[in-house]
Design a protein. Structure first.
Length: 301
């Protein structure tokens, strides 16, 4: 049965007048009369009898009044947005992140999340660029921390922050007092993060090549997190993201002697969770953690 027919029956029972019921529903009087005809056919009962004071419900219509109110109330409640309370919420959010994003984003995010929503669990998985779309569609992934270059079309995304690079070396390094000249920078032994674990060249080397210079990379590692430990125990130097090493104990930070381009970090998510109240709250907390004040900037990548 058309939901509008049930609403019309409810209005007729309350108003006891086709005219007033039509005004309440925003329909014309003939439209409501037509609805009453259909209702009579559906229930096989006149439902209302005309009198000098308007229309009077039949016994069958009176019997329907209580259940009808309950049904319409349940439907209205069903269509209302679910009230979300982070303090009592219990669900799991799966986030894809590199080890850099784990340290720079997830660690401070998790500290806030545990205080405000202790029932929300977080599962972290590595970013697999070639599988992200499938993971989103299958429900295996809720948020991916990526760069704009790796985000796929059709995903919703929000820019979290722009990252810059600094030179990092141990606090007791002979060059820790800086500043570093380009010549001294190139003369030092360097460590480099390479996710493949094979390449001895990165964006810094591309910049140096344009200047007609080169550096000596003697160590590559696959993790930014182990890089800081390597720097604390050797005289190696590395170019690392500023957010990763700011405030790190036992390390000195110096400005690079050349202009090394940084990168942008974004959060990407699928339409599947775009309107869910709980996931929207989690994303807002993530934006807040990263200092992304324009939370209304959710858009498409």
């Amino acid at each position: 049965m058309d939901l509008n027919l049930l609403k019309a029956l409810d209005a007729l029972l309350d108003e006891r007048s086709v005219t007033r019921a039509a005004e309440r529903l925003g329909f014309t009087q003939p439209a409501v009369s037509g609805m009453l005809t259909r209702l009579r056919d559906s229930f096989d009962d006149p439902l209302f009898v005309r009198t000098q004071r308007g229309i009077v419900p039949t016994l069958r219509a009176v019997e329907l009044a209580g259940p009808l109110k309950q049904i319409l109330g349940d439907i209205e409640a069903l269509l209302q947005p679910v009230a979300f309370d982070p303090a009592t919420a219990e669900f799991t959010v799966t986030i894809a992140a590199t080890d850099y994003a784990l340290q720079a984003v997830i660690v401070p995010f998790l500290a806030k999340l545990r205080r405000r929503a202790p029932g929300i669990r977080v599962a972290i998985r590595p970013v697999e660029d070639d599988r992200v779309q499938m993971q989103f569609e299958r429900g295996d992934l809720d948020v991916a921390l990526m760069t704009p270059e790796t985000a796929l079309p059709g995903l919703h995304a929000c820019r979290l922050f722009d990252e810059t690079y600094v030179c990092v070396l141990r606090a007791g390094h002979p060059d820790a007092g800086g500043p570093l000249t380009l010549e001294r920078f190139c003369a030092l032994d360097h460590a480099l993060v390479s996710y493949s674990g094979e390449r001895f060249r990165g964006v810094t080397d591309d910049v140096l090549a344009k200047l007609g210079r080169e550096r000596r990379v003697v160590l590559t590692v696959t993790s930014f997190l182990v890089l800081t430990e390597m720097l604390r125990t050797t005289d190696l130097i590395a170019v690392a993201p500023r957010r990763l090493v700011t405030g790190a104990e036992g390390l000195a930070l110096l400005e690079p002697p050349a202009d090394i381009p940084g990168f942008t970090k974004i959060a990407a998510w699928h339409e599947r969770t775009h309107r869910d109240a709980g996931h929207r709250w989690v994303r807002a907390l993530l934006f807040e953690t990263c200092g992304c004040l324009d939370r209304a900037a959710e858009g498409s990548a």
